[in-house]
Design a protein around this ligand. Sequence first.
Ligand SMILES: Cc1cc2nc3c(=O)[nH]c(=O)nc-3n(C[C@H](O)[C@H](O)[C@H](O)COP(=O)(O)OP(=O)(O)OC[C@H]3O[C@@H](n4cnc5c(N)ncnc54)[C@H](O)[C@@H]3O)c2cc1C
Length: 489
Amino acid sequence: MKSAKTRYDVLVIGGGATGLGVALDASTRGFSVLLVEQGDIGQATSTRSTKLIHGGVRYLKQGNISLVRESLVERSRLLQNAPDVVHPLPLVIPAYKRGQRAFFGLGMWIYDRLAKDGIVGASKILGPEETADRLPGLRPEGLRGGVLLWDGQFDDARLLVSLVRSICKAGGSVLTHHRVNQLRRDPNGRVCGAEISPVIAIQNNAPDDADTQQTTQPFVVEATHVVNATGIFADRFRSQRTARVRHSRGSHLVLPRSALPGDTALLVPETRDGRVLFMIPWLGATLLGTTDIAVDGPRLEPQVTPEEVNYLLEHARKYIDVPDAALEIRSRFAGLRPLVTRQGASAGGATSKLSRKHVIEETEPGLLSVMGGKWTTYRRMAEDAVDVFAAGRPCATRDLALDLSPPYPIPLDQPSVRRAVLEEHARRLEDVMSRRSRWLLLDAVGAVAAAPQVVAWMADALGEGPAWIERELAAFGELAAGYLGQGRA
Ligand SMILES: Cc1cc2nc3c(=O)[nH]c(=O)nc-3n(C[C@H](O)[C@H](O)[C@H](O)COP(=O)(O)OP(=O)(O)OC[C@H]3O[C@@H](n4cnc5c(N)ncnc54)[C@H](O)[C@@H]3O)c2cc1C
C-alpha cells in the first residue's frame, strides 16, 4: 500500500459476501475500488452458512413472498453465473402426519410458481417407498411419504474466492488482514476516506519486492464513497445512530457421510422451537444445522454450545435411524447472523422472526451502510447499494460469469497450498485450513494432524521462518479446539 494508489472512487469496508458483492458491482461499473478486510475473506459470517442458495421455505411459511421471489431470481442467476461452485440440490420433506404431504406439496407448488422460469427442478409429492429411497436411514414407522423440492447448494468460501478473483479481473483491489480503524471526514463533515492498519506484518518472499512489504504503521485512503459492509460489526460505523443489528448464533455439526448417504438433503419441517432444520450432503460429509439463538454482541469465533449439540442430534435422531458411529461429530462451527431490526437492536423478541430482507442506509454524507440480507441475495444487495451513487452507470453483474476458483483437494498438496498463498490471498494457516480448503470444517482431527506439514509449505511459499511457523501452529491449535468441541464458550 505504501507505493499503491491512496485515492479511490469507492472504499468498501468488509470482505464477506456483502462487501465483495459491492466491490464487484462497483468495479464492473467502472469505478476504482478498494476493499479492506480485517481478517481473511469471509472470516466472520460468510463462510459459516448452511451452504444453501435458496428462496427459503421458511420465509414462504412466514408469508414473505417478495423476499422469496427476489431470492429465487438470484438463485437462478447464481446457478448460471457460478456453475460448479453452485449446483442444484434435491431436498425431501418427510411427512409423518395426516395432511402433511398435501400441505407441503401445495407450498412447494407455490415455490415453483414463484421461481417462474428460474425453476431448478419441479417439486413432486412422493410415496413412502420413494421417500425412503431418497433418504436412506429415514425412520419408516408411520411414514406417509414426502415432498421433493429443489434448491441450490454451494461452497461459500469457494464462491467468496471466486468473487475476489472476479473483482481483481475487473480492476478492483482487495486488501485482507487490514483493519479500518476510523473514518476520515472533510472540513464539511462528509466521510471522505479511512485510516487503515495492517493486522499482521507479512513478509514477501520475492527479494525485489522488499519495498512493498507492509509496515505496521496506519495509513490513510481517500474515497468519494465509503461503504460499510461489516455485517455483525455494522453498528460500529453507525455511532451517531440507534443500533440496528441484532446477532443470532447458528450452529452446525459435521457428521460422516453415512449419517445420510445418497445425494438428497433432509428438510425437517418443524423443530420444537418452530424452525426448519437441514441435514445436507456436503463435500463428502453431512451437514446438520442450524440453531437460532440471540446473543449479545459480535464475535469472530462464536462457539457451539453442548445444548446446541444435543438439540441438533435429538432432532436428527427423531428422523433417522443409523448406528451411533454415523452420528460421530467430525467438526462443528457456528456463525452469527447480522439481522436488522426496525425498532432498534435493544427491542428484543425472537431473532428467528426478524426479516432477512436487506437494508441500505445513507448513514451520513459519504457513508452507505448495507445491512442484513442473506448469502443468496448478495448480488442484489450490491446492485441496490451501488445504484445509490452510480449516477446512471448501469449494473453489469446480472449475467456476469464469475472467475471460478478451482476446488482444493483434501488432503492438501503443496501446489494447492502455494496457489492459496500466492494467488488466492491466504496468509494465515487458518485461512488455508478453513477457507481455501474446508479441512477444518470437514474433519477437525485430520486438519490438526496435517497442520505442521501445511504450515511448512506455507512458510516456504511466503518466505517465513521457524518463529512464524511456531506462532501460526499455536494460533491454529487454539482455533481448532472450538471445532473439536474443546473450545471456551
Ligand atoms: C449459521 C448461518 C447460516 C446461514 N445460512 C445461509 C444459507 O444457507 N443461505 C443464505 O443465503 N444465507 C445464509 N446465512 C446468511 C449469510 O451467511 C449472511 O447473510 C452473509 O454471509 C452476511 O455477509 P456479510 O458480508 O454481510 O457479513 P460478513 O461475512 O460477516 O462480512 C463482514 C466482514 O467485515 C469485516 N470487518 C468488520 N469490521 C471491519 C473493519 N473495521 N475493518 C475491516 N474489515 C472489517 C469482518 O471481518 C467480516 O469478514 C447464514 C448465516 C448464518 C449465521
